[in-house]
Design a protein around this ligand. Structure first.
Ligand SMILES: Cc1cc2nc3c(=O)[nH]c(=O)nc-3n(C[C@H](O)[C@H](O)[C@H](O)COP(=O)(O)OP(=O)(O)OC[C@H]3O[C@@H](n4cnc5c(N)ncnc54)[C@H](O)[C@@H]3O)c2cc1C
Length: 452
């Protein structure tokens, strides 16, 4: 079965390609949730904004998500209190809780029909040994002001022993939401260009194959940032893939569910489908290790009469301290901004990014700016993680240089690995991906592979 996201079933080009020379107060590069949300808040504030998308709106990770709109981001709050202290952890929890309300506000104010509903989010374990982690997460969430509670019985997709419940979370159809955001941006005076990949950025001008936009501010919302220097984001995060199957299973359950025992294993319903995701791994590693097969075997076991209707995979960026980088691209480029590193929990965090960056540009105070600034000090645990990641990267870089039969990435010349599941070339160093014919799929690469 070919990979294809359920959300992108009716995808079509809606906006013209950029041609000629244009100007705007702010140009946003990337039409996923981060770029669109930022463009929306700016346009709504009366700011002139142009958004450039390489393909079509929402065709990147945001069109391949499972769209649990929640502040429950796996086992995280207990860790965040230990890592950042209570004050900062409280701000992080508040930012994510408020984002759910702000997304709902956009949906109601702009009248976006995107199958949004409020429901509970459950983080569960079925292993005796993990029960203390669930209890600690509940205590941490309560300390941070989240109205969480523990349960041992709920209408669940699979058996569980204990779960921490976050009430009043949400789910939606992300593509319908993004189409609604795009309409609202245009309604508020913004401009959107599709099929307009930014190939170069020179000072305050972004350049595509057939046009340019010069602006006072540039926001890089390309998922993995496409400018290498300054910032060096390629060395400060890695990309992790995950796989999704949409099952016609007849299964019914309450809420959205995340399995604390198996990294990235989540369950939600959308209309007649059960969306099951999992099989996380670093991009460029373990490609072709039967990830879809494993999800299929699991679904056959748990939902024997289920039929797989869609399957797809995607990746997200993970920073060294697991918090997104949102704000100034570097301390010496006050006109350049970045939003990245959402750790597979980008529904609320892209909304935070949109508000923080639009507030920085319009000069409005925002209580969360200090938390997410990419210039923050990295905590010691994160440095150890960086050494581990970059050690692996160095080995892959060397492998690419030695083995001349393998293609090399157009980003920084790392050796690419063939991904049998997706039939793509994947970069184990920084997560860029390419079609079989060398066409770029995922950033940070901008350019296609050179055909031999
Ligand atoms: C399998 C999976 C499931 C997930 N499930 C959830 C979930 O349930 N809940 C949750 O909160 N989060 C989830 N996430 C995370 C969430 O989907 C992401 O964090 C979020 O969608 C990232 O949005 P983005 O705008 O940064 O990136 P994208 O959506 O990838 O947008 C970036 C855009 O930039 C464009 N672009 C790239 N280079 C250029 C260029 N040079 N010029 C112009 N445009 C360019 C791309 O084409 C793309 O459209 C999941 C992630 C994965 C991988």
């Amino acid at each position: 079965m070919p990979s294809f996201s359920l959300w992108l079933e009716n995808r079509k080009t809606r906006f013209h390609e950029l041609t000629g020379n244009k100007t705007a107060s702010t140009v946003i590069v990337g039409g996923g949730l981060a770029g669109l949300t930022c463009a929306y808040y700016l346009a709504k504030a009366g700011h002139s904004v142009a958004l450039l998308e390489a393909k079509t709106i929402g065709s990147g990770t945001s069109g391949h998500t499972t769209a649990h709109v929640t502040s429950q981001h796996d086992l995280i709050y207990d860790k965040l209190i230990k890592r950042f202290g209570l004050r900062r952890a409280k701000l992080i929890a508040r930012a994510n809780q408020e984002a759910i309300g702000d997304i709902y506000k956009i949906i109601t104010e702009e009248d976006i029909d995107c199958d949004f509903s409020f429901l509970n989010s459950y983080l569960f374990t079925n292993q005796e040994g993990n029960i203390p982690k669930i209890i600690d997460e509940n205590i941490a969430a309560n300390k941070l002001g989240i109205d969480a509670y523990l349960t041992e019985s709920a209408w669940s997709p699979v058996p569980f022993k204990k779960a921490v419940v976050f009430p009043n979370q949400a789910q939606f159809n992300p593509k319908k939401y993004m189409d609604g955001l795009a309409d609202a941006i245009v309604k508020h005076g913004g401009t959107i260009f599709e099929n307009s990949r930014v190939l170069h950025i020179k000072g305050k001008t972004v350049v595509t194959k057939s046009g340019k936009v010069t602006a006072d501010n540039i926001v890089i919302a390309t998922h993995a940032p496409v400018i290498n220097f300054p910032g060096m984001y390629f060395a400060r995060m890695y990309q992790s893939r995950a796989y999704v199957v949409a099952l016609e299973s007849g299964a019914q359950f309450e809420g959205m569910w995340t399995n604390a025992d198996k990294k990235g294993h989540t369950f939600r319903l959308y209309k007649d489908y059960l969306l099951l995701s999992g099989e996380d791994h670093k991009c460029g590693y373990k490609g072709g290790e039967n990830h879809y097969g494993n999800l299929k075997s699991f679904s056959k076991l748990c939902f024997p009469s289920s039929v797989i209707k869609y399957q797809w995979s995607a990746q997200d960026c993970i920073t060294l301290d697991e918090l997104p980088y949102i704000g100034h691209y570097s301390k010496n480029t006050d006109y350049l901004y970045v939003a990245t590193g959402f750790r597979k929990w980008g529904m609320t965090q892209t909304n935070i990014a949109g508000k923080v960056i639009s507030d920085l540009i319009t000069g409005k105070e925002n209580p969360f700016t200090e938390i997410y600034t990419p210039q923050r000090k990295v905590v010691p645990m994160a440095i150890l993680k960086a050494i581990a990641i970059n050690g692996a990267v160095a080995a892959d870089y060397a492998a690419g240089l030695i083995n001349l039969t393998n293609p090399r990435c157009s980003h920084m010349k790392c050796g690419l690995r063939w991904n049998k599941d997706e039939e793509t070339w994947d970069c184990p160093c920084h997560g860029s991906r390419f079609e079989k014919d060398g066409t770029v799929i995922d950033s940070p690469a901008i350019h296609d592979l050179k055909r031999q």
